[in-house]
Design a protein around this ligand. Structure first.
Ligand code: NI
Length: 191
């Protein structure tokens, strides 16, 4: 297992839009090995997703997976998904208020709005075209990761900085109310 160092907010690589890769570059064994390491790093850190620039590689590749996640136990499962050169399209104007954290922003969470439904068009790690329409918290995770690839961090979207909290303070003061609300939302939307 190879765990790559995760870089933190303040590193310019997180603020630089990533570069799309070619099919040839994707097929290169070095790139395939990098994708394996990206997945291993995400799992090791218990992230719901990770973008290549979070491990200092400025290419348009991210991984997403939610099983039983210790950082986000209320998130519905997402099978392992690697998105290469993804683009996102919002389906409708509907949004919801999410509470997010990020491996590149240690010990902070905050509230922001995400679109309820999105369509991602990308390649999988083998270069096959994939189109996936996702909703709810899963759509939130997709938006969070594609934001990274565009050089954005979730904190950019937090409208009210007073919602920022450490993970411990979130658990103590906000978790129950948030989980109750978001669980109702997940029941409505189905993911
Ligand atoms: Ni993140």
């Amino acid at each position: 297992m190879t765990v790559l160092p995760i870089t933190h907010i303040g590193d310019p690589v997180l603020r630089t839009p990533t570069r799309p890769i070619t099919r040839e570059e994707l097929a290169d064994p070095a790139t395939q090995q990098f994708i394996d390491h990206l997945i291993e790093t995400m799992r090791h850190a218990a992230g719901a997703g990770i973008a290549a620039n979070q491990v200092s590689r400025s290419i348009r590749v991210c991984a997403i997976e939610v099983t039983s996640n210790r950082r986000y136990p209320y998130k519905p499962p997402i099978p392992l998904t690697v998105l290469v050169n993804p683009t996102l399209e919002y389906l409708g104007d509907e949004t919801y208020e999410n509470n997010e954290g990020c491996l590149s922003v240690p010990d902070l969470r905050g509230n922001l709005r995400r679109h309820v439904r999105v369509r991602a068009t990308a390649w999988d790690r083998h270069g096959n075209e994939i189109v996936s329409e996702v909703a709810g918290l899963t759509a939130g995770t997709y938006q969070h990761e594609v934001d990274h690839l565009d050089g954005m961090i979730y904190v950019d979207r937090v409208d009210d900085p007073r919602t920022f909290s450490t993970w411990a303070q979130f658990d103590r003061h906000h978790r129950d109310q948030f989980v109750e609300r978001i669980t109702r939302f997940v029941d409505e939307v189905g993911s």
